[in-house]
Ligand binder design. Structure first.
Ligand SMILES: *[C@@H]1O[C@H](CO)[C@@H](O)[C@H](O)[C@H]1NC(C)=O
Length: 290
């Protein structure tokens, strides 16, 4: 038994020393590797955007870049705070040019005159305040749309299932959308999904002149936006965003305490030159069912 014990000890010492040998070798091999890796990581360039025309309103939030996802090349992406009253943010190059063109082509054959929701019946009705034409896509309709909807969910932190189908809108010269709220003041329209909490408005085209999104009740210095001098008269009556192909505007109709935010009043200024294509995603407090 004693003999057996010694044998075992000898064996275990030999095993231990070879174990240390392997460990040391591994360590010696991994240390320079780790050092290289660390250097490699630190030397990866971090993409940062410096704004030459940075102003009070436009503090950069992040420059989270996620490439290789979706259809087509997207330009540099970054988000910008437009205002805190209402809570509004611009996400630059949210959609690629290919995605914008895809949405327009998909919608073109199905466009009809836009209506507004009747607060009494919940039915659509013709409206003089909204003179554009539009159509609704189905949520999750195809791969490209699912991809965009996933991106919207990531950006807003609101699940895909809380969104209505994308609406595609077309405004020609003179067409506009008078200032309105996206939230409902009736019982009928909140049955499905509850109140509308936030809106993502995506610009599918550039507009030569006019067609800005204006927040006439925003609590901000309207003239401090860098694009002030390019705005139409209508747009100068509030805090405005100039449509740019691929950009997305996120604004909240509800405050963080879930009360309705009247500063989210917004409208589409008349197009003066060119024409405007946009896409709207309304997000609800709860799941929105078809
Ligand atoms: C608003 O912004 C403009 C441009 O940055 C500035 O000249 C003006 O003094 C500001 N007005 C107020 C009331 O802060």
């Amino acid at each position: 038994m004693a003999k057996g014990g010694r044998n075992y000890r000898l064996f275990s010492i030999r095993r231990t020393s070879s174990f240390y040998l392997i460990l040391t070798t591994l360590l010696m091999l991994t240390l320079p590797l780790l050092a290289l890796l660390a250097l490699g990581i630190f030397s990866i360039p971090i993409s940062r955007t410096e704004s030459s025309d940075a102003i009070d309103l436009n503090a950069f939030l992040k420059s989270s870049v996620k490439r290789g996802e979706g259809s087509g090349e997207r330009g540099e992406q970054w988000t910008e705070v437009l205002s805190w009253e209402p809570r509004a943010f611009i996400y630059h190059n949210f959609l690629s040019k290919d995605e914008c063109e895809y949405l327009i082509e998909l919608a073109k054959p199905h466009m009809h005159k836009s209506t507004v929701v009747d607060s009494q019946t919940g039915q659509s009705k013709d409206s003089r305040v909204r003179t554009s034409s539009g159509m609704f896509l189905r949520r999750g309709q195809d791969k490209i749309i699912r991809n965009i909807e996933k991106r919207i969910a990531d950006f807003t932190f609101i699940p895909v299932e809380h969104g209505e189908g994308l609406q595609i809108l077309h405004y020609e010269v003179g067409q506009r959308y008078e200032p309105h709220y996206d939230y409902f003041l009736d019982q009928f329209n909140t049955k499905n999904g509850g109140q509308r909490i936030a809106t993502v408005l995506m610009y599918l085209s550039d507009v030569e002149e006019g067609g800005e999104t204006v927040f006439p009740s925003a609590n901000a210095n309207y003239s401090s936006v860098p694009w002030w001098n390019e705005l139409s008269e209508c747009a100068k009556k509030g805090l405005s965003v100039k449509p740019k192909m691929g950009d997305a505007l996120l604004f909240w109709s509800m405050r963080p305490d879930a009360s309705l935010d009247p500063s989210s009043l917004h409208g589409g200024c008349p197009v003066i030159k060119g024409n405007k294509w946009s896409s709207t995603k309304w997000m609800h407090v709860d799941e929105y069912k078809f």
